[in-house]
Design a protein. Structure first.
Length: 168
């Protein structure tokens, strides 16, 4: 703990006090002194408050990014599951037109979702505040949409390979 020394305005005696202390008593003349923080202390307090706000802003951005990532993972999981179900239906119901057609319809929906869902998800990327470092910012736009579509296609392909492995 740092001790600061000032002169008493009444008796000129040395008074010691700890930083942050607002009131002290002179040990020589017993007078009470109100201590005003210096410009350094005020600047330090302001910086601490700004840092707390920045930490809160970064945490909030991190939460929004996590929610966005969870929604993309759910999309990937749905692609995997739907491709698995549709190919399984198509394989199991070759002789029954209803099941076979349902499998083809699900595959068509998966194909359409490769073009419809990734642009929507890329538009939902959280906007980073200026307080977030450049390396932590998520990008949005066409490249993100293409990346999401390719990843979803790979998950759908994995579902197809699982069906091929099981029924192959």
């Amino acid at each position: 703990m740092q001790i600061t020394v000032i002169k008493c305005p009444n008796c000129s005696g040395d008074i010691t006090y700890a930083p942050g202390q607002q009131v002290t008593r002179c040990p020589y003349c017993d007078s009470m002194l109100n201590i005003k923080p210096g410009p350094d202390a005020v600047a330090l307090e302001r910086t601490k408050n700004e840092f707390k706000n920045i930490a809160h802003i970064r945490d909030d951005y991190g939460k929004r990014v996590r929610r966005w990532k969870i929604s993309t993972y759910i999309y990937y999981g749905l692609e995997l599951l739907l491709s698995f179900i549709s190919l399984m239906l198509a394989d199991r119901c070759k002789n029954h037109s209803d099941g076979y057609n349902l499998g083809k319809m699900i595959l068509l929906m998966i194909f359409i979702s490769f073009f419809a869902v990734p642009p929507i998800l890329s538009k939902m990327v959280p906007t980073p505040p200026k307080e977030v470092a450049e390396t932590l910012r998520l990008r949005s736009g066409l490249l993100v949409a293409v990346k999401i579509a390719i990843t979803a296609f790979l998950f759908a392909l994995a579902g197809g390979l699982i069906v091929a492995f099981i029924y192959g």
